[in-house]
Design a protein around this ligand. Structure first.
Ligand code: SAM
Length: 188
C-alpha cells in the first residue's frame, strides 16, 4: 500500500477507534461528535500535511521514494496507536477526553499497566503517532511542525491536568509523579 493510502487509513482508524472506545467505556449517551477528536486546528494541520505531500511529490519526487523512512514512520504510527489505546483501556472510566476538574467517585488513580512506565501514555502515544504520520509521508516540514505543535500542546496541558490530579489524589499522586516520568520529552 502506498504511504498516502496508509496515512488516510491511519487517520480513519485513529478517530473511529477513539469514538468506539469512548462509547464502549462511557456509554453511547456520553459520546458526541467531539469524541472523534477532530478540531479545526487539527484539520488545518492535516490539510497542510497533504499540501506539503502533493507539492513535494510534484517538485521533488525523489524525496518521497525513501522506503525505509516511510516504514519507520509506519512503525512509529503503529507503536503510538498501541500505546495510546493501551492507556485508554487501562484507565477505563478514569480516562476522559476532557480533563476532569471535579472529582467523581468512580475516578480512581491508575498507576498500573502502561501507567507504571509513564504518567501520560496516551499523550506519549499520540505524539509518536502524529509525528509518525508525517515521517511516513516523508514530509520534512510537517514532521518538525507536528513535533513542535503537539509537544507544545502537551507541555501546556500536562501541568493543568496534574494540578487537578494532585487535588483529587493528594499524596498518592505526588508519590506517583516522583517515581514515574511523564512520557513526554522534557516534561518532568
Ligand atoms: C485525555 S485523558 C489523558 C490521561 C493521561 N494524561 C494519559 O496521557 O494517558 C485525561 C483524563 O485522564 C485523567 N487522568 C490522567 N492521569 C490519570 C491517572 N494516572 N489516573 C487516573 N486518571 C488520570 C485526568 O484526570 C483527565 O481527566
Amino acid at each position: 500500500m502506498d504511504p498516502l493510502s496508509q496515512f488516510l487509513l491511519a487517520i480513519l482508524f485513529f478517530h473511529s477507534s477513539e469514538y468506539i472506545l469512548a462509547a464502549a467505556i462511557h456509554g453511547m449517551s456520553n459520546v458526541n461528535v467531539k469524541s472523534l477528536l477532530v478540531s479545526k486546528e487539527y484539520v488545518l494541520a492535516m490539510v497542510f500535511a497533504l499540501l506539503e505531500y502533493f507539492f513535494e511529490l510534484l517538485l521533488f519526487p525523489g524525496l518521497k521514494e525513501h522506503l525505509w523512512v516511510s516504514n519507520l514512520g509506519l512503525a512509529m504510527l503503529v507503536v503510538g496507536e498501541i500505546v495510546r489505546k493501551l492507556a485508554i483501556v487501562t484507565a477505563g472510566r478514569s480516562f476522559t477526553h476532557l480533563i476532569r476538574v471535579y472529582h467523581e467517585d468512580h475516578h480512581k488513580l491508575v498507576t498500573s499497566g502502561v501507567y507504571a512506565f509513564v504518567r501520560h501514555p496516551s499523550y506519549c502515544g499520540f505524539l509518536i503517532w502524529s509525528v509518525g504520520t508525517q515521517i511516513m509521508l516523508c514530509n520534512p516540514i510537517a514532521t518538525v511542525g507536528f513535533a513542535v505543535v503537539v509537544w507544545r500542546f502537551f507541555v501546556a496541558r500536562i501541568p493543568y491536568e496534574e494540578y487537578f490530579l494532585r487535588q483529587f489524589f493528594g499524596a498518592d499522586y505526588e508519590e506517583y509523579a516522583r517515581r514515574v516520568p511523564s512520557g513526554v520529552p522534557f516534561v518532568m
